[in-house]
Design a protein around this ligand. Sequence first.
Ligand code: ATP
Ligand code: MG
Ligand code: MG
Length: 379
Amino acid sequence: QPVLGILGGGQLARMLALAAAPLGVKTLVVDSAADACAGQVATLITADWTDYGALEAFAREVDVVTFDFENVPAETAHWLAQRVAVFPAPRALAVAQDRLAEKTLFRDCGLTTPDFMAIDTRADLDRALSTIGAPAILKTRRLGYDGKGQFRLRSLADADAAWAALGAQASAHGLILEAFVPFERELSVIAVRSRDGDFRTWPLTQNWHTDGVLSLSLAPAPDVGTLQERATQLARTLAERLEYVGVFALELFVKDGQLLGNEMAPRVHNSGHWTIEGALTSQFENHVRAVLGMPLGDTAARGLSAMFNWIGELPDAAPVLSAVDAHWHDYGKQPRLGRKVGHATVCAGNAKQMVERLGGIAHALGRDQQVDPAVRELG
Ligand code: ATP
Ligand code: MG
Ligand code: MG
């Protein structure tokens, strides 16, 4: 029986383990938290990233290692790669961990990015602000997620406040200043590449964030025209450059009808959760297939899907459970402010049906606002 090893035991590892089971694949997860939610559906080893004794035993038991958590230290990934197959490879992980390396690669691959400059000192920040201008966003190069490690500057006068918030992290992780993009839409493309180079993308997804955290996704994104082809071609170029194996997400802004690269996530992605019920093969199943060297499955959408994220705490499940073609996901996590604790996906055959179903569920939950932008997009 093939054994999949996953570094990190959050909801992504949990959904990977659930997708692995029907393929006859057993899952072993490493996380430093004894209550990591993937432990409810997979075997959990409690250890941190430098516990090489525990990692040695883990490496002996698994056929392949992959990630639920993109910020596993590069040394840990390299150390494991000397003992067992690791996908995506540590080099690809390292690029995606660093906003500077990632945006540089995007440009090399022909993907335009917002203007950016590396910031190591307060003087660098002043210089970058005079070049890039305001509004702008100061971000840590590493370790940020869900909008954490970011400071938005509305004007040049915010430089002091930005430095007070993030300056202390400049020496350890480095910072990057990016131009703020007043985008028309936010899209993501989820892509998968197999060990023998087969490459596929799911249809583009449109995403809406609240306070830097994904709130709602709609797929396939309506009226994307030639952007689908362009996004697929860019994702393929990136994947081939990195010799990438597995699923990754490329987050994009649309500005003046053109794509700009925001970041890539070297793993299954929140904006791809709709693929569990909404696509012929989910991102989770195809990631398991890719890293274990199995043939990939079809990535076509079955119809339209919309995904709500549950942040902080779960709402009442009943309105979702009792709706047609709506799907409830409880990650089994303790409620906590800002934490992703679950999601729901609503599927429909056409835009009109989606507006009715989505609107009905949102209304029953008192969350009309959360679905408003998608309802408007569906016209
Ligand atoms: P995650 O990994 O959870 O997607 P993150 O912490 O890595 O998030 P980003 O993706 O960089 O953060 O930013 C979060 C959100 O903030 C983006 O999806 C986008 O909505 C907004 N944002 C980030 N950078 C910019 C920018 N340069 N211009 C305009 N909006 C931005
Ligand atoms: Mg990110
Ligand atoms: Mg992001």
